[in-house]
Write a protein that binds this ligand. Structure first.
Ligand SMILES: [Zn+2]
Length: 93
C-alpha cells in the first residue's frame, strides 16, 4: 500500500519547481502567498482545494445525467458548480 502524502507541497505554478518555495505573507484576501526562489515570482497557494470522494463524484454525475443541470446538481450536493463541470468534462471523451 502506498502512503499518499496529504501534506501540501508547495509548487511553483510558473516553473513547476517544488524546491526553494518560501512563504511570503498573505494576499489581500488572506490566502497564503509564496515566493519561488527559483524564478523569483510570487504566487498564491490554491485556497481550499476540496477533495471529493468517488461516491460523491458518481452521484453528481448520476444527477447530472438524469437531466439536472450542472448548477442544479451542485446545489443538491452543496458544492461548487465548477467541480461538477470538471467531472463532466473528464467523463466526456
Ligand atoms: Zn518558479
Amino acid at each position: 500500500m502506498e502512503n499518499k502524502k496529504t501534506e501540501k507541497i508547495k509548487k511553483c505554478p510558473y516553473c513547476g519547481k517544488t524546491e526553494n518555495q518560501i512563504k511570503a505573507g498573505f494576499n489581500a484576501s488572506g490566502t497564503q502567498r509564496c515566493k519561488c526562489k527559483e524564478c523569483k515570482r510570487y504566487y498564491t497557494l490554491e485556497p481550499k482545494k476540496h477533495e471529493y470522494s468517488e461516491e460523491t463524484r458518481e452521484l453528481a454525475l448520476k444527477i447530472y445525467y438524469s437531466g439536472v443541470s450542472a448548477r442544479g446538481a451542485a446545489k443538491i450536493l452543496k458544492m461548487n458548480k465548477s467541480n461538477i463541470a470538471n467531472w463532466i468534462k473528464k467523463t466526456k471523451k
